[in-house]
Design a protein around this ligand. Structure first.
Ligand SMILES: Nc1ncnc2c1ncn2[C@@H]1O[C@H](COP(=O)(O)OP(=O)(O)O)[C@@H](O)[C@H]1O
Ligand SMILES: [Mg+2]
Length: 1291
């Protein structure tokens, strides 16, 4: 009932308090709310989990929970509800919403959960649903029914106004029918005095589009009298207390105390009922349902008629006959009924008796009634009017709620009067208890009997559970032949219809025939029925009359003659007096409607709510153990638990199981396809085996698979969800790997191309240069070292540097491209002295050669353009065929004479000039250099071979001294390979195979064929994971051995064990200090290193103190080995080197696995398990009851199931670091043909002498600066060239 405000407030406060203490608003409010809601549960919330099953333990559990405010408890899917008799604040909208879309196990037990599952199942399986609520009067059935309606209205969507209208109406039927159909009884202040089955119809979107109420057996006797302290139907108090003045005027209405029917039991007020407020609610409900003002008015007129009729009193006349005490009352009744007042008086005090003779109508007598007879006649009339009024209201409500369209399914909610035992039990109790017997039958049928029968049918191993089947009691009451109680009543009525007392006697006699039934005992004017819920003693007097339930003809005539249409319409079908057919008795009707109800319910999927009443006093603290134990017993809760425990929560046909869960086994699915080739039964079995569910959790029947616990089913569902989730993750992972791989490849290609693009251009220029020199000039050793690129603009005059820009403007170059720039030594002739080389800058553009001079005047340096020689004026270039750097530009017309200069890039310079002039300039190479000293004064410079010249060459008085060079025809060494910097190997991701794509792949599982329908067995699923596990072993072992001197793992036995480290290993000494970058080996001078591998790019992999790294080969000097190595011994074939990924092995091992290559077959370490147990790894880490240890296919110890059930374990991703796997080179380095003898190290180019030892002092001078800066990014040769320029500058 209405929650007490105090209690309500308390509950709402809880989250607020939490929110405040939590500090920040919404976030905490929510968290705290959950906290508050998920209060600690006491006892077990599902009694199938009870350790001991007995009525007492059930009782104990319920008591613990009830006292803790947990009124709901499950037995499987059956909800047990113990009336709290207080507001627990558990029906708020927040709570309601929290049950939306949740399955039963996700939430604490609640009536909302039952509503949710009914609504969900209706939508999901397109099956009609019904919720059967049973229990004693006052146990909470009506409350539960209302909560279910509230829940469904709240979750069933539908913005549509007609849907909202239906929802409103459905909810409005509660106050309306409660007002007219409920009353305060000793047991319940809002006791339903009728049974009600509400069906809500839904469209295929799950939106309510209509509803229908079926009414069962209104307790109409309550209209005319109630036992002390009970009340009439609520509406009478609401109406008499709260009617409008107009109504009072119209119906002469007074307070409830003024009417016999409302005041006789001395209970006008009920503590928790506000009749005035409820009246307003009733009126509002009438409006919502669409009752017109006229209809409402007529309803109240009927109530007034009943109230006033009740006040008609009879006095006994002298002759013993009845007389109306106050005709004023009958006059008013006549006014209200719109009939003649005298007629009212007449029908109330006399009755018409028609004699029948031989089947023909005889005489008609008016028989006066005594006051008692008159009184019961009057009461019969009022009862009939009220009963018919109630039925009219129900059918009127149904008219309003008629479905607005085609409905696909429905949910029925049955709230029926509870089992009743009174002091004086009469026909009404018999009917009520009979209906309850029928409901118990359904429950037994569906939960106990059918279930057990199915196990037998499916040949499931099963221990039958005994339970009391109340069918025998149902038969006792309803059976026709041999006649049961109802049939006996009917027979008694038929034989002695005129005299009620005679009929009752006849009934007594007939009942004796039933005494053989163990549930029946005749006891004189009483009889005992042993109902499932208890023994009830029924009183026979008056029973036949109640069963006959016929209004006397006079009264029917009175109503028929009324001028009031509404009153007339309440009595539509008058029995045909001429009909031979006996009109149906009350017993007939209840039997008929009960079986219709049962039929209806059996067509729907039932949910059960079994309500329990904790005490008879509506106390929120009294737990009447004895009374509850009794209810527990008769409700059969113990048996219910036993059947549930022994039984299986879920079953479905093999086909359906396979269809739903085939994804869960790799044997039945591949990439989402069904691949099982066997029959559905074997497929289903395979799935259940492969999912690792414990064998006790499931059984295979004949046509169905049975799952024992709902948890298992939910686990299967979760796995199914996770399957897709994991698949998506897998695809994403593969895609990301692919992307990463692609990007890395692209980057490498780009880098390679960038490195080469310019190089190609320069190389072309260089090639051209060689062509034009065409073996005519001796070569410097240095230029043989490698193909140096021709950069051209060595001074960056065309670039952005400050110096370049200054030069650019000094030369006045404008928009021209700078083709070449360099420092030169120009031969300058001073007056009277011999010419001397003097530094200049030379800049060549498309149009001219510029010579720039830096002169010093007054202590200030000025840079200026000394000379500009248009290209067109240059006729030829003169050079010697020695290895000197001198050249002259022979110009056409020049006052100044031809410039003669030395340029280290002479070949490039000449090449540039030829290219710019389309080779119109001649290249003269001869023993002397001819040039014009002045206009028309030609001179020759001689060249003398002089091996004593320490460096390049020396100019002195028209003679160049130069040591001999390499033969003109000698070829440059191939271009130095770049050291590719620190390049990460692309080793991660499953797309990659170790060793590259062309390496043979570990045989992967072939894609099985998709199966629409069976055939033969598919390949075992888990094989995918096996290789991963197997390959893991090796690296792990060797990795473990790396730290200690453990012999290499036996798997590698094919190859001889590596030679022990010692004198056999070639040792090198650092000639210079070298500060290495990442991946390089830093060395101090004279450090000894061990050669691991030579690479022909000038970098060798060396090892010192167990650490490996790269070092420039020209820094290294072989320490002569003791046993002299054969110089001709062929070195091991140069392995295709991969760049050094890690600086040293030790570090690599200590680093995260990500740095090292991953076995190609192994999934990434963070890959989620996919194929076998998606979803089975309990999120909370708890062990799951249904999970058995996984049997692996190769029979490995099942203890390893976590690893073996995963495609990859963390071990799988830890192969050895790549450096460690490099083969050790054999013989010493000196033998390698390609190894540059001439040091490839920067400072060297300036050493002109043939001995390589000259390099040493210079290199030493350079110190740390000699380090190949930016190696990996910069071309080694280019670096050399730059360095050479630098050195030249310094001189
Ligand atoms: N879940 C509940 N929470 C609070 N009070 C309840 C609850 N269920 C029943 N009650 C109280 O018990 C009374 C009787 O419940 P009701 O549903 O009318 O019983 P029934 O229909 O089984 O006879 C209600 O009027 C209400 O006061
Ligand atoms: Mg009720």
């Amino acid at each position: 009932m209405a929650p007490s405000k105090k209690a309500g407030r308390k509950v709402i406060q809880a989250p607020k308090k939490g929110g405040a203490s939590g500090g920040t608003g919404a976030k905490f409010a929510k968290a705290d709310w959950k906290e508050g809601f998920k209060k600690k549960q006491v006892g077990v919330s599902d009694m199938t989990l009870l350790t001991k099953i007995s009525n007492e333990s059930v009782n104990e559990n319920l008591e613990k929970r009830w006292k803790n405010g947990d009124i709901y408890t499950y037995i499987g899917s059956v909800l047990i509800s113990v009336n709290p008799f207080r507001d627990l604040g558990i029906y708020t909208d927040t709570v309601l919403q929290s049950y939306k879309g949740k399955n039963r196990l996700e939430m604490t037990p609640h009536v909302y959960s039952i509503a949710e599952s009914a609504y969900y199942n209706m939508n999901a399986y397109h099956e009609n649903q019904c919720v059967i609520i049973s229990g004693e009067s006052g146990a909470g059935k009506t409350e539960a029914a209302k909560r279910i309606m509230q829940y469904i209205a709240a979750v069933s969507g539908g913005e549509d106004s007609s849907i909202q209208e239906i929802k409103d109406m459905v909810l409005a039927t509660n106050p309306l029918l409660e007002s007219f159909g409920c009353a305060k009884t000793l047991r319940n202040n809002n006791s339903s005095r009728h049974g009600k089955y509400l069906e809500i119809m839904f469209n295929d979107h799950g939106e309510p589009i209509g509803a229908q109420i079926t009414n069962y057996l209104l307790e109409k006797g309550r209209v005319v009298g109630q036992i002390e302290n009970e009340r009439n139907f609520h509406i009478f108090y609401q109406f008499t207390k709260a009617a409008s003045a107009e109504q009072r005027e119209m119906f002469g209405l007074q307070g409830p105390e003024a009417y016999a029917y409302t005041s006789r039991s001395n209970c006008l007020e009920v503590s928790d009922i506000d009749d005035t407020k409820d009246f307003a609610d009733t009126i509002h409900a009438m409006q919502v349902i669409g009752l017109s003002a006229h209809e409402q008015s007529e309803i109240f007129r009927m109530l007034a008629i009943i109230l006033w009729l009740g006040n008609v009193q009879f006095v006994e006349k002298d002759d013993g006959n009845a007389e109306i005490a106050d005709t004023g009352v009958t006059d008013f009744v006549a006014y209200l009924m719109e009939v003649d007042s005298a007629l009212v008086q007449k029908v109330l005090t006399s009755k018409v008796v028609e004699t029948q003779r031989g089947g023909r109508r005889g005489s008609i007598y008016d028989v006066p009634l005594n006051p008692a007879q008159a009184g019961s006649g009057r009461d019969a009339l009022t009862k009939a009017i009220y009963n018919n009024l109630f039925e009219w209201i129900v059918s009127r409500v149904n008219v309003s709620m008629k479905p607005r369209g085609a409905h696909t399914q429905l949910i029925g909610i049955l709230d029926i009067f509870g089992f009743e035992i009174f002091e004086d039990n009469s026909f009404e109790q018999l009917c009520i208890n009979y209906v309850n017997e029928k409901l118990q039958q359904i429950f037994i049928e569906l939960t106990l009997k059918t279930e057990q029968e199915e196990y037998v049918r499916e040949q499931i191993k099963w221990t039958p559970i005994n339970y009391f089947n109340n069918k025998i009691v149902c038969d006792l009451i309803e059976e026709r032949r041999p006649p049961g109680i109802f049939a006996a009543l009917n027979d008694a009525c038929a034989t002695a219809h005129a005299d009620p007392a005679a009929a009752d006697n006849s009934f007594v006699q007939r009942l004796s025939a039933l005494s053989s039934n163990p549930h029946f005992e005749p006891r004189g004017s009483q009889f005992l029925v042993k109902h499932y819920a208890g023994d009830v003693m029924y009183n026979i007097p008056g029973m036949t009359d109640k069963n006959k339930d016929a209004l006397v003809k006079d009264l029917l005539d009175l109503v028929a003659g009324s001028g009031n249409q509404f009153l007339q319409s309440l009595f539509p079908d008058r029995p045909d007096p001429n009909s031979k057919k006996r009109p149906p008795t009350a017993g007939d009707r209840i039997k008929q409607s009960a079986s219709a109800l049962v039929e209806n319910l059996m067509r729907a999927q039932p949910s059960y709510i079994r309500t329990i009443k904790p005490n008879q006093n509506r106390s929120s603290s009294e737990y009447d153990t004895k009374a509850i134990l009794h209810q527990i017993k008769y409700l059969g809760l113990q048996e219910n638990i036993r059947v549930r425990r022994a039984g299986f929560a879920y079953r479905n046909t093999f086909e359906k199981m396979v269809e739903r869960f085939y994804l869960l086994s790799p044997a039945t699915s591949y990439a989402g396809d069904y691949i099982w080739q066997g029959d559905p039964r074997s497929g289903c079995e395979k799935i259940l085996t492969d999912t690792g569910i414990a064998k006790e959790e499931w059984q295979m029947g004949v046509t169905k698979a049975f799952i024992k616990n709902p948890e298992t089913l939910f686990a299967l569902e979760t796995m199914r969800d996770r399957y897709w989730h994991n698949m998506a993750a897998r695809i994403q992972r593969a895609w990301r790997n692919y992307q990463r791989y692609r990007n890395e490849c692209a980057t490498r290609i780009q880098r390679f191309w960038k490195n080469n693009k310019e190089g190609i251009q320069y190389a072309e220029v260089r090639e051209y240069g060689h062509q034009i020199l065409a073996g005519r000039k001796e070569r410097r050793r240095f230029s043989l070292l490698s193909y140096r690129r021709f950069f051209g603009d060595y001074l960056d005059v065309g670039g952005k540097s400050a110096f370049g820009q200054e030069m650019h403007s000094i030369c006045g170059i404008g928009s021209e491209d700078v083709a070449f720039s360099s420092k030169i030594q120009l031969l300058v002739s001073k007056l009277g002295r011999s010419s001397k080389p003097s530094p200049r800058f030379l800049v060549i553009t498309q149009k001219a050669v510029h010579i720039v001079i830096v002169s010093e005047a007054n202590g200030r340096q000025t840079t200026s353009l000394e000379r500009k020689i248009p290209l067109v004026t240059i006729k030829s270039i003169a050079m010697s065929n020695f290895r000197d750097d001198w050249m002259a530009l022979n110009c056409n017309i020049s006052e100044e004479g031809d410039p003669v200069f030395s340029c280290i890039f002479k070949t490039e310079l000449a090449t540039t000039l030829l290219r710019l002039t389309q080779a119109s300039i001649q290249l003269l190479i001869g023993p002397t250099i001819d040039y014009a000293k002045k206009k028309d004064k030609r001179t020759q410079i001689k060249v003398i071979r002089d091996e004593t010249v320490p460096r390049n060459d020396v100019y002195k008085s028209h003679t160049i001294h130069v040591p001999s060079g390499e033969p003109p025809t000698s070829k440059s060494r191939p271009p130095a390979k770049r050291k590719p910097g620190v390049v990460r190997p692309i080793t991660q991701g499953k797309l990659l195979r170790k060793g590259g794509p062309d390496k043979p792949v570990a045989a992967s599982r072939p894609r099985p064929q998709a199966q629409p329908i069976p055939g033969k067995t598919a390949t075992p699923p888990v094989s995918i994971q096996k290789p991963a596990v197997a390959t893991v072993q090796k690296p792990t072992a060797s990795a473990a051995g790396s730290g200690r001197s453990v012999p290499p793992p036996p798997v590698r036995q094919a190859a001889p064990p590596p030679p022990p480290e010692g004198p056999d290993v070639p040792m090198y000494k650092a000639k210079f200090q070298f500060d290495g970058q990442e991946g390089e080996m830093s060395m101090k001078k004279d450090d000894l290193v061990e050669l691991v591998e030579k690479d022909d790019n000038g970098w060798w992999l060396v090892k010192r103190n167990g650490a490996e790294g790269w070092a420039p080969s020209n820094y290294l000097e072989l320490v002569p080995p003791k046993p002299k190595p054969a110089p001709t011994a062929p070195p091991p074939p140069p392995t295709t080197r991969r760049p050094p990924p890690a600086p040293d092995a030790n570090q690599a091992t200590s680093r995260p696995a990500a740095k090292v290559p991953v076995k190609s077959v192994a999934a990434s370490a963070n890959a989620k398990p996919v194929s076998v147990f998606p979803g089975m790894g309990a999120g909370n880490g708890s062990s799951t009851p249904w999970k058995k240890s996984q049997q692996t296919s190769n029979g490995r110890d099942s203890d390893e199931s976590p690893a073996s059930s995963r495609p990859s374990s963390s071990l799988a991703s830890k192969p050895p670091p790549p450096v460690a796997t490099k083969p050790k080179p054999g013989p010493p380095v000196g033998a390698k043909p390609g190894a540059p003898k001439i040091p490839g190290k920067p400072p060297i180019p300036s050493a002109p002498r043939p001995t390589s030892s000259t390099a040493t002092p210079l290199a030493q001078r350079q110190g740390g600066g000699a380090k190949p800066a930016g190696v990996g990014q910069m071309d080694l040769a280019a670096a050399l060239a730059k360095r050479a320029q630098h050195i030249a500058d310094n001189e």
